[in-house]
Design a protein around this ligand. Sequence first.
Ligand SMILES: *Cc1c(COP(=O)(O)O)cnc(C)c1O
Length: 387
Amino acid sequence: MIPYARQLISARDVQAVVDVLKSDFLTQGPAVPRFEDSLAEYVGAKNCVAVNSATSGLHIACLSLDVGSGDIVWTSAISFVASANCARMCGAEVGFVDIDPNTFNISVEDLEQRLREADRAGRLPKVLVVVHMTGLPADMQQISELCSKYSVAVIEDASHAIGASYQGERVGSCRYSDLTVFSFHPVKIITTGEGGAVTTNSLEIGRRLRLLRSHGVTRNPNDFLNENNEMWYYEQQVLGYNYRMSDIAAALGCSQLDEINNFISRRNQLARRYTAMFKDLPIALPELPSDRSSSHHLYVAQIDFERLGFSKAEFFSGMRNRGVMLNVHYRPIYQQPYYVGLGVPGSSFPNSESYYEKAVSLPMYVGLSDAEQDHVATSLVEELGFV
Ligand SMILES: *Cc1c(COP(=O)(O)O)cnc(C)c1O
């Protein structure tokens, strides 16, 4: 069976983890700061804080910007639910922005219109969570200009996008945002098992993230609110969580990060092969604006099942019978029963609705061989009756 995604673990990765297991520290040792420094350098950010998932990272990213009850946070209607849940975890309300039909990222026009209306209604969001869908960076410069105009902070949910660049800089540099959050779940570009990281260029936000990640506790005497020289003294200053990454995970992360350029170039190659194989078919393929590069976490083809007279469910089961597992990223978040229950209005997202009808994620991972990819392509062509 060919899955839609899977990790690639090398003998070197295994050795890196074994080395930690034989060392003095399984957590809070040297591997986490090493991973953080490598990530900060790779993406070009001043601060990096590793956490145990992107979901945790999004949560403390919102908290570091003082998101709380009475606040509103907006995100893309097409994303994984965690992009919206982080706001709910802080007690804030969630609103959505429609996508651009060509890039599947937040539509700048829709954002502009919604901001104008929200401003008039006195209901501007405090934060916008921008998603780099499939690994393709969103229009960050325009988004950041709009958000500054209305004093909205920006968090990049770059769970798909480590290794992608925008205007010649890596995603995570935070040139156009306050913070960027990465995921290292096994289906993503590099993995730590479970894990995530947050980057920021603000020292103050970095300090808050470190507190929030570990119980709100600091052991750094320079940060103490009380005067105290006792060796065992530590201070809890805010309500925090245990969102720490273990050294076991971080060692795997360091080893995976060493391979990231190879991973990204293989993903690019696979994306180009799909595009070449399907370019003459009546299928909409991903676009790549020239001022950015994608990490190709996902390869989403848009198939107009209605026009072809097929049901998406039939197509999925036909492909599965040929050994190919497909997926859909994502159902609009406002359609999830939890958000329907909250009464988040979902009526005005035509691009997200039509995207969801057509979107199919084809297998895309570093270990996918050319032969396997050819099998995926042939199966698709035959299942849809294009032969
Ligand atoms: C995977 C993903 C997350 C959550 O990542 P975890 O590390 O599993 O918590 C959040 N947002 C998006 C867009 C994702 O794809």
